[in-house]
Design a protein around this ligand. Structure first.
Ligand SMILES: [Zn+2]
Length: 242
């Protein structure tokens, strides 16, 4: 997963206030969503300062958190390296894998009744994509996080979860840990159950996942309602093709 460049405002903030990060800059620095940052702030993971209505995170606590949770270098403090993606041999199948990955997240959200905002793929075919949905609870969040790699795994037909969680699903795995920790219990059993649940749900709804990934490759951006409209029960078993 590649990280979007910070906006000029974020860059300025990082430059001027090396010691304090706003939510967006912190999200960029750790390569996680701002929702995750909000979640972590609410759970006291960071030391924060309040300036007016803005909540700012201290660089020291951001760095400490990253080190304790095995994040890579903290961008803006330590420099970034994104070398986690598998080698690109065939751009076509690369884009196909990314599309199925994001489609997997999107369909899973809707299957679990979680409002889906949008899903997108980079225009540049560089392996960057995303899926934005509302957060309901830790259990569904873990299923949605696993759903990207889960869909890719079915498409690829070889390899394993651990390979994908170390490459294209690296960010997903990392973020899922926050929620898994919150659920508690036996981590290993929870991970195993989530994997099998995700695989089953994807297999039962595979034509939907495929239809979404196909549309995603064409349009590069789909609203939640467009993804919902591609469900076989709504549009019939045969999807239109471009
Ligand atoms: Zn993902």
């Amino acid at each position: 997963m590649k990280v979007a460049e910070p906006t000029p405002a974020q860059k300025l903030l990082i430059e001027v206030h090396k010691l304090l990060f706003d939510r967006k800059s912190a999200a960029w620095a750790l390569s996680v969503s701002t929702r995750t940052i909000d979640y972590l702030i609410a759970n006291g993971a960071f030391e924060t300062r309040r300036i007016g209505r803005k909540v700012l995170i201290t660089a020291a606590s951001l760095k400490k958190y990253a080190a304790a949770n095995h994040f890579g270098p903290v961008a803006g403090i330590e420099g970034v390296s994104h070398t986690s993606n598998p080698p690109m041999t065939d751009p076509f199948s690369w884009d196909k894998c990314n599309a199925i990955h994001e489609a997997g997240h999107a369909v899973m959200a809707l299957l679990l009744g979680v409002p889906l905002c949008r899903v997108w793929l980079s225009e540049d075919n560089d392996g960057f994509g995303g899926c934005a949905h509302l957060i309901r609870d830790c259990e569904t969040e873990v299923l949605i996080k696993f759903a990207g790699a889960g869909a890719e795994l079915i498409l690829r037909g070889f390899g394993g979860w651990s390979i994908l969680f170390a490459s294209s699903g690296r960010g997903d795995w990392r973020e899922a840990q926050f929620y898994l920790r919150d659920i508690g219990g036996n981590h290993k059993a929870l991970v195993r159950d989530t994997k099998s649940k995700v695989t089953q749900l994807h297999k039962d709804n595979w034509s939907w996942v495929l239809a979404v990934s196909q549309k995603l490759r064409e349009k590069r951006y789909l609203e939640g309602c467009e993804v919902a409209a591609l469900a076989p029960s709504c549009t019939g078993p045969k999807e239109e093709t471009a």
